[in-house]
Design a binder for this molecule. Structure first.
Ligand SMILES: Cc1cc2nc3c(=O)[nH]c(=O)nc-3n(C[C@H](O)[C@H](O)[C@H](O)COP(=O)(O)OP(=O)(O)OC[C@H]3O[C@@H](n4cnc5c(N)ncnc54)[C@H](O)[C@@H]3O)c2cc1C
Length: 297
């Protein structure tokens, strides 16, 4: 049932400091409102827990895509459409572009933001696996200052994060992958579009001249209470050259990294099998690419 609108308050702070002062003065009372694509669904359903919101949409500090030698840094207000239109992201972070183009429809892509997707902390969200595989860091700001945290540490339990009640997500920083890195992203849902993931994988690999994995990051969504890095599998693979035996062992390690459940969208068994198959597909691609070292497509 739709919520009773006059019961809610929405204010528009002029500056980031004004917004942070609201959070400092009444932490846990005021909530940020970015694109509203998650919040409006809750409002319509009468399940919006909070009453007081402030719009972050006009805060310039939360906007923009910046490049430095080592990083590309995105403002929390970066929308999926911004991601799709960015040359540097399309070129160097194709998994993020793929996640953006498979998120909702065009209206959602125009309004929905990366900051909102991260803060909403759904284990089935589609950009977080890509951010994890790229080794993202998140900047949290409050009146006390700013701190960078590893995104891999950010989600601490189902819908729980390490963000304090007086903090906002300001930026997301991505280390630039090496040229020739292998990027692998697959979202498996009921349909090709407008579907919540049953399983989502993002994986990045860099190999040495001998084909051994020098960097490997594997992240999965919809298979645990949080989106997560598959640390056991990564440890097993790192420094080794993938072959059929290693792929078999990696499938076993992955089964220990994740804990899928039966729910309305799928079964634990299906999710486990699909996750293992996608890992195998990724590693098979790495093997075939390392046989063609001059071709990085
Ligand atoms: C029809 C539909 C389809 C969708 N499809 C997908 C999909 O395919 N994949 C997917 O992953 N998601 C999907 N979503 C979910 C949603 O669009 C995304 O999670 C989106 O990125 C949320 O961003 P927002 O700016 O709209 O967040 P909002 O709704 O404004 O906020 C979401 C939460 O984040 C908090 N928040 C927002 N910005 C900040 C910030 N800077 N710092 C701290 N907290 C903040 C808010 O307080 C709120 O709790 C869909 C939603 C709809 C309605």
């Amino acid at each position: 049932m739709r919520a009773y609108l006059p019961a809610y308050e929405l204010t528009v702070p002029r500056t980031l400091n004004d917004a942070l002062a609201l959070l400092r003065d009444e932490p846990g009372v005021w909530q940020p409102f970015a694109g509203g694509t998650d919040l409006m669904v809750l409002l319509e359903a009468g399940r919006l827990d909070y009453r007081k919101f402030f719009s972050v949409a006009r805060l310039a500090e939360l906007r923009g895509i910046e490049e430095s030698d080592a990083h590309v840094t995105l403002g929390a207000l970066t929308t999926y459409t911004d991601v799709r239109r960015s040359d540097v992201l399309s070129r160097e972070f194709p998994m993020l572009g793929r996640a953006a183009s498979e998120t909702g429809g065009l209206a959602i892509q125009n309004r929905g933001t990366l900051g909102g997707n991260i803060a909403n902390a759904s284990p089935a969200a589609d950009s977080p696996p890509a951010l994890l595989a790229y080794g993202a860091q998140i900047e949290l700001v409050s009146t006390e200052g700013a701190r960078w945290v590893e995104y891999a540490d950010f989600h601490t339990g189902y819908k729980q994060t390490l963000m304090r009640a007086d903090e906002l997500i300001a930026r997301v920083r991505l280390p630039r992958p090496r040229e020739g890195a292998r990027h692998f992203y697959r979202k498996v849902g009921t349909r090709r579009a407008q579907a919540i993931s049953k399983v989502c994988i993002a994986a990045l690999a860099e190999t040495g001249d001998d084909g051994a994995l020098t960097v490997v990051r594997i992240a999965l969504g919809s298979v645990a209470p949080v989106v997560l890095r598959c640390r056991r599998t990564e440890e097993l693979l790192k420094g080794r050259r993938p072959d059929a035996e290693l792929i078999r062992d990696a499938r076993g390690a992955l089964a220990e990294d994740i804990s899928p459940i039966d729910d309305i969208r799928s079964t634990a068994r299906y999710r486990m099998r699909v996750a293992e198959n996608l890992l195998e597909e990724f590693l098979t691609e790495v093997i075939s690419e390392s046989r063609r070292p001059n071709d990085s497509s």
